[in-house]
Design a protein around this ligand. Structure first.
Ligand code: MG
Length: 376
């Protein structure tokens, strides 16, 4: 099961004021789009960003990172269709479609939609209307409206990929959102609880409200991890997901990737969810020789399920040999790929221990790591 998110960011959004579209305006020190994209990192396998042709700077900036870019259509539905097409060859089974102008969406909402997709073809957050509703004209109340069974629609709206692709292909156009497109194709849509904080930035005053929501939300957790593996026979070691030629190998039940183990334990530590040994017991033969990215992916998924996103990790390898420096950049890239992070959120560095102790004598490699997780 592979899940992708499509973030629709091609609109011009000028009702929100300012001289650039709202997704490129600053919110709590970063652009609205940056916050929104980060909400989905680590929660889905692929992120498609749908951009207007006019946003040439954004195209240049995002072209070289891990996002998939698609061109905006003449309307929102056209943009979504282009986003869906960009996923054609990736064997995606489920897709979340999200408005870039909702940067405060929580991991809880994202996970609720994903969970509902286990049992439904389509699911989306809806906020039950609690205020009394009026109709009005010329500044006067002209009537009241029954609010029972009324919901305010939010995003991300989630669908089985083939279902929504077919629904969009068949739709004549003019739908307000993807739920309307799905329903026009006869698809039942499950409502999951919406969140009042998942606001859509529409008017100038919404920026201040979004900043307040982000400020209230600040729950930062740190975790540390420490691991050691002993040298044995071999002609290479695997460190932070990268095979490094060496005249010895590392012993261990899995692939003995001491760096990735420390990072994985740091994430488990931040979540207060034990360590690798508890989740993947070494006594269980199925983990013998296992690639350590299985462990790291599990820790990252667990963080997402518990409502945390990983802000950064820092890993230090302690050894005299092999030399880490020449491999550090590709190690960062490899781990950031596995974690669904940007490379600048992942640090890999090394130190010797001045020939002291077991690492100094070349008996093994040690690693320590720190992870910072933020509730989102
Ligand atoms: Mg280990």
């Amino acid at each position: 099961m592979t899940t992708a998110a499509i973030i629709v960011a091609a609109g011009r959004g000028l009702r929100a004021g300012g001289d650039v579209p709202k997704q490129w305006r600053s919110l709590a020190g970063r652009r609205v789009a940056d916050w929104t994209i980060d909400r989905f990192r680590g929660q889905v396998a692929h992120i498609v960003l749908v951009l207007s042709d006019e946003d040439t700077l954004a195209w240049e900036e995002f072209r070289n990172n891990d996002l998939i870019l698609a061109t905006g259509g003449t309307d929102r539905a056209g943009s979504v269709r282009n986003g869906l097409k960009a996923l054609t060859h990736l064997e995606v089974t489920r897709v979340l479609i999200h408005d870039v102008a909702r940067p405060c969406v929580s991991s809880r909402t994202i996970q609720d939609v994903l969970t509902a997709l286990d049992a439904h073809q389509a699911a989306a957050p809806g906020l039950a209307v609690t205020d009394a509703l009026w109709t009005g004209q010329d500044g006067a109340v002209t009537g009241t409206q029954d609010r029972s069974n009324l919901f305010a629609a939010q995003t991300p709206q989630g669908f089985h990929y083939d279902t929504i692709s077919a629904a969009h292909a068949a739709h004549p156009g003019g739908a307000a959102d993807d739920v309307e497109v799905a329903r026009a194709a006869g698809v039942d849509v499950c409502i999951v609880p919406g969140d009042a904080d998942n606001l859509k930035i529409t008017h100038p005053e919404d920026f201040a409200r979004a900043e307040r929501i982000m400020g209230m939300d600040m729950d930062v957790r740190l975790g540390n991890g420490y691991d050691v593996h002993r040298f044995g026979d071999g002609d290479h070691v695997v460190l932070c997901g990268v095979k490094v030629p060496h005249d010895r190998g590392l012993q261990g039940h899995s692939d003995a990737d001491v760096g990735m183990h420390a990072v994985t334990d740091a994430i488990y530590g931040a979540l207060a969810q034990g360590d690798i040994g508890q989740h993947f017991p070494p006594s269980d033969p199925q983990w013998k020789g296992a690639a350590s990215e299985i462990f790291l992916r599990h820790a990252v998924e667990l963080a997402g399920q518990m409502g945390y996103r990983i802000s950064n990790v820092d890993c230090t390898l302690v050894c005299e040999y092999p030399k880490i420096g020449p491999h550090a950049a590709v190690m960062r890239e490899e781990m950031s790929k596995i974690m669904g992070l940007r490379a600048d959120q992942v640090s890999v560095k090394a130190t010797t221990s001045e020939r002291l102790g077991f690492t100094g004598r070349g008996e093994g490699i040690a690693s320590i790591a720190t992870a910072c997780l933020v509730k989102s």
